[in-house]
Design a protein around this ligand. Sequence first.
Ligand code: ACO
Length: 310
Amino acid sequence: MSVIAGVGMAVPEQRVTNADFEARLDTTDAWITERTGIKERRVAADGEKTRDLAVAAGAAALKDAGLTPDDVGLLVLATATPDQALPATAAFVQDELGTRGGAFDLGAACAGFVYGLVVASSMLANLEGSALVIGAETLTRIVDPDDRSTAVLFGDGAGAAVLLPSVDGRGLLAWDMGCDGSAAGLLEIRPGESYLRMDGREVFRRAVRVVVESAEATLRRAGMSASQVDVFVPHQANRRIIDAAASRLGIPEDRTVVNVDRYGNTSAASIPIALAEAAADGRLQDGQLVLLSGFGAGMTWASALIRWGS
Ligand code: ACO
């Protein structure tokens, strides 16, 4: 079992607002706000890479945990937007940060961070030191800038968490992971193409269902109910998906972390960015029950129930 000993995040400086899209696409701030809840997103500068965001978020999480890269015995980088096909982007991040032990990329799209959390947690008992799990993306590079149905949805950024073995029952209590590859065609970059294609309406429908089912399975495994959840941190894809899932779970709005308005969908980075912001705002208190749930291309999904504190 593992505890989250520190969290951190990094986003590019450049903001792109809905008004910026209004100026060059057939869309409106009102449409984007009403259908998605997104007001602005961050976009990586020319030359700013997934690895740069990952390194900054990883360093911030280590600082938050009071640890150094030398204390890290495993680096897991969840990303759908690696800098190049070979080697893994994790190799560059390992080199820049100077972590020890293995380093690999994990591809589970927007569920990637929670997948990474579970994988690293399971390996922790056999590691010397902590595990660093990072979700980092430059998604705006795989979105067609002229396609209004996808361009407005995504943003760039990174978030990270440092895992240490639990000594007092705090930490990861239960988890759930799934994949339905028969739905892969709903959200994909086809071979030979540069930009993602998405059946938004069908992804929406399935997203609400898998988030609710996965969160409920996780709670059941821990012998808990949704009413006991203090803070719900869902993947930030669309405000309407978040609201629908939280409402079906019976988790009130004031216990649900939402920042999709400021960052859009940052895929594997969205949950750790939301966690880092919630921690910085003092929303995550020692002993609280925190529920994470993500879904993404694949389709993949994963949830984790954490007793907060280290
Ligand atoms: N501005 C104005 N109109 C638009 C825009 C836009 N930016 N985008 C689409 N439209 C139009 C469509 O063309 C369509 O017009 P039509 O009726 O004339 O054909 C109309 O708006 C309605 O389109 P829908 O797709 O039905 O709109 P919907 O309410 O479903 O919202 C959205 C679309 C926001 C994409 C929604 O379906 C959604 O959020 N889906 C989930 C997407 C998601 O979560 N993806 C991430 C998965 S995670 C990962 O792995 C990356």
